[in-house]
Design a protein around this ligand. Structure first.
Ligand code: GLC
Length: 813
């Protein structure tokens, strides 16, 4: 079933059937004021944190598909019929009600058509502002005049903190009030003094600042209001049939205890063909701030200046200029849609929001997970390496001087002063008391990719503090990261798995060993060796060589199981992922990482990837391992807690699919890399949305494997490491855009059937117009490049040889 389609030109996804299998969402705003909105206008808003700065209410996992949201009701006062500007919450029959939702880059436009009344609402957060706009245009396309009431409605939280608002009702309900202030409703929390002030001297200082939220309207007179949700909605009713709308008007009731809301009624008459515009404004701020913001839009509207329209254009411009840094045109639109717009946009959203706020995460993870964040950075480096660098520096400053990463980097991280997981204080503050084995190893591919994209080799010498004490160069940070794993090894000479490696569920401890981390370490050593050799540090090159050789021998001696690499060893000496095991006998990640790290090449690389294809692949992606854990109670493998075929228990965990695509491109299998890309490409499931369920324009965290009742259903939208691994695999692997220190390699690995494609890439201020000629029909291999008319053998273009604008022909064969 299909519910919408891609509008490639406008960089939008257009939903024309609003009864999507799940709420299909988009993100608005920035980390200062963020919002998430579905195709039916459901969702929530927050200031800085989804958990502790929550301003509107939202019930995760509720029925009626996750409500409430940013609702606009329209009532025809001639007969009392009413509907909503988004299909939900009133849900008029779809043969009478037409709806279109356009999710774009940081904005969402929802249109409706019902009984000759058309609405068009643009939801967005203007650039660098801390409030949101719901710009409504309403038009009478019929032949007779209509008298209508329009109601804008938002449900506030009673407390900034999500948990307090949701479960601590004996407190939070009694600290909130609303006032009507002419063109807006003002909500005040803790009017008699803030909690922060009360805490200062132990209990009852009544001074301190209350917090305020507002919901107002510009361009229209408010006829009536309700500030109390339960009055607006009424008892034994819901958002779909609010008492006030049904009765024909609000009752001017403010909230005092109970549940604050902003409901504003505007009465209008529309002559045939007439259109009116009004702008609802929602944000956190006191009456003065609210008045100023509303006045700005009022003035603009009365001067016929389209302020909201201009702001929307600014937003589009910002986002589109980021995306412009790489644009491609291949024979596959679905591939292009992801690389040009949606996967790229998702990488930015994941980068910005980490795992904070979505329809699955409520924002309670109040910080950045180390591994997730360092990986997320990789997804945007090719589009905005400057932004990537800022976050990369932050993450280096969250590395501990022993080389390990902080499990959770708090949003208010201050390097040099942080306790480590070795200290009880850190555990008390974050709930995390153990090191992960892999955290700091993710720095290697990320630092390398950053340097090669930007050309900023000096970064290697930049001095960055450690989280706990001291400071050193990036180079030494990296050496120390390797040292962390060398200092924590098991009996076979592999890195200990500690509290977890990439698999959150594997608790291998200080003597159990992880082969995923072993391959990561091998990869880290080879990247570090490269850095050391460029710096001319011979003894470090030798040091890296020695450890790579040692590791390589141990891999051959202990981790090669004849047809596959094993996943690890428990402290008790049990081999995880051995072919003789009854359950979980073949794992995906050690095979792909053997190839990515360079530890396995030639025949072995081909062999392990073939095993994966034959034994783990499904039409919706490769499973993390197989068979699922069920009977076998391996205590360190806590994924047995998940139902078989789900997430880490033999599910199709989507992030590793990116590594699988990349590994196939390394060995030159373009057809297979593309097959794997397609299996997981959200756009490729656009016509089977009822199976995949998740938004067809974003990657999810995991898809259900073959052991479940819903093979192919995907879960956990938007905020997932899948965004970056699939992006890297597509750009670096399939498209073959591989920047190097002093130039760029263009070495595609594509399906043989792609005879021709083109790309435009901005590379360190230079424009590359690349055309790829594969009339030879190969999967990989470049005979020569023709750069601005000059022929060069191979696939490497030196930076010095490039002009500001370059025409590059890549001839494969
Ligand atoms: C989730 C976590 C990530 C972890 C993965 C597998 O995606 O965010 O850190 O690596 O699960 O456990």
């Amino acid at each position: 079933m299909q519910f919408g389609q891609f509008d490639e030109f406008n960089r939008e996804y257009v939903i024309t059937r609003p009864d999507t299998p799940a709420p299909w969402c988009n993100y608005l705003g920035s980390v200062d004021y963020g919002a998430i909105i579905s195709n039916n206008a459901t969702g929530y808003s927050f200031v800085k944190s989804g958990a502790s700065g929550r301003i509107t209410r939202f019930r995760l996992n509720s029925r009626s598909n996750d409500q409430p949201g940013r609702y606009i009701y329209i009532r025809d006062n001639s007969d009392g019929d009413y509907w909503s500007g988004s299909w939900q919450p009133v849900c008029k029959p779809l043969d009478l009600y037409k709806s279109e939702c356009r999710h774009g880059t940081a904005y969402t436009i929802i249109k409706s058509q019902y009984r000759d009344i058309e609405t068009n609402t643009s939801y967005f957060v203007p650039l660098n502002k801390f409030y949101e706009v719901w710009g409504l245009r309403i038009k009478n396309s019929g032949a007779s005049a209509r008298t209508l009431s329009v109601f804008g409605m938002v449900e506030f939280t009673n407390h900034d903190h999500y948990e307090n608002d949701t479960v601590n009702l004996q407190y939070s309900q009694f600290i909130s009030k609303t006032y009507f202030k002419g063109n807006h409703i003002l909500q005040v929390i803790n009017e008699n003094g803030s909690e922060a002030a009360a805490d200062v001297d132990g209990g009852c200082d009544a001074m301190g600042d209350p917090s305020f939220r507002f919901f107002g309207v510009a361009g229209a007179e408010v006829a009536a209001f309700d500030g109390e949700r339960d009055v607006f909605i009424g008892n034994y009713r819901n958002y779909g049939n609010p008492a006030a709308v049904e009765a024909g008007g609000c009752s001017n009731t403010p909230a005092y205890n109970g549940n604050s809301c902003g409901a504003l009624q505007i009465d209008i008459t529309l002559n045939p063909g007439e259109e009116k515009e009004m702008i609802f404004l929602l944000g956190a701020g006191d009456g003065e701030i609210a008045r100023e913001i509303i006045n700005t839009y009022d003035t603009a509207l009365s001067n016929n200046t389209d302020l909201a329209g201009q702001q929307l254009e600014e937003l589009k411009h910002l986002w589109h200029s980021r995306l412009e840094n790489l644009q491609i045109d291949t024979p596959d639109d679905k591939f292009d849609n992801m690389v040009n717009v949606w996967n790229a946009y998702q990488c930015f959203i994941t980068f910005l929001w980490s795992r904070a706020a979505s329809f699955q995460y409520c924002g309670l993870r109040n910080g950045l997970g180390y591994r997730d964040t360092v990986q997320d950075i990789q997804g945007i480096i090719h589009l905005d390496y400057r932004l990537a660098k800022e976050r990369l520096c932050l993450m280096l400053s969250a590395q501990i001087s022993n080389g390990g990463g902080l499990p959770l980097v708090k949003f208010d991280h201050v390097p040099g002063k942080i306790e480590t997981p070795d200290e009880s204080e850190y555990a008390r503050k974050t709930g995390q008391s153990f090191y992960r084995a892999d955290d700091a190893l993710w720095l290697f591919p990320t630092v390398m990719t950053y340097i090669k994209e930007s050309g900023d080799w000096n970064f290697i010498d930049e001095v960055i503090p450690y989280a706990d004490r001291g400071q050193t160069s990036v180079y030494n940070h990296l050496k120390q990261a390797i040292q962390f794993n060398l200092d924590r090894q098991g009996p076979h000479g592999f890195p200990a798995g500690l509290f977890a490696d990439w698999n959150d569920c594997l608790r291998l401890g200080t003597k159990g060993e992880s082969m995923f981390v072993a391959f990561q370490l091998y990869h880290a050593l080879s990247i570090f060796r490269d850095f050391a050799s460029r710096k001319g540090y011979g003894s470090d090159v030798e040091w890296a060589d020695k450890h790579m050789e040692r590791l390589s021998k141990a891999i051959d001696d202990f981790a090669w199981d004849g047809t596959r690499y094993v996943r690890g060893f428990t402290e008790a000496g049990y081999t995880i992922g051995s072919k003789d095991n009854e359950e979980a006998s073949l794992w995906l990640n050690p095979q792909t990482w053997a190839v990515i790290s360079g530890a396995a090449g030639g025949e072995r690389a081909g062999l392990v990837l073939e095993q994966v294809y034959r034994k783990l692949n499904t039409k919706y992606g490769a499973m993390l391992f197989y068979p699922a854990f069920k009977k076998f109670g391996l205590p360190v493998a806590r994924m047995v807690l998940f139902n078989e075929g789900t997430k880490e228990n033999a599910g199709i965990f989507s992030q590793p699919q990116g590594w699988l695509i990349l590994a196939e491109t390394i060995v030159g299998n373009g057809n297979r890399a593309y097959e794997y890309f397609n299996e997981i490409n959200p756009a490729a499931m656009n016509e089977q949305a009822e199976i995949r369920v998740l938004e067809p324009y974003v990657h999810g965290q995991a898809t259900e494997g073959i052991d479940t009742l819903n093979h192919g259903r995907s879960h956990v939208h938007w905020l997932t490491g899948t965004a970056s691994t699939v992006m890297v695999a597509a750009v670096n692997g399939i498209l073959g855009l591989q920047p190097d220190y002093d130039g760029i390699n263009i070495n595609p690995c594509i399906p043989a059937a792609w005879k021709y494609f083109s790309m435009t890439k901005h590379f360190r201020g230079k424009l590359l117009n690349i055309k790829v000629d594969n009339s030879a029909g190969v999967e990989k291999g470049v005979k020569h490049l023709i750069i601005n008319g000059k022929k060069l053998v191979g696939c490497y273009a030196a930076f010095d040889g490039l002009s500001d604008k370059n025409d590059i022909l890549v001839v494969m064969g």
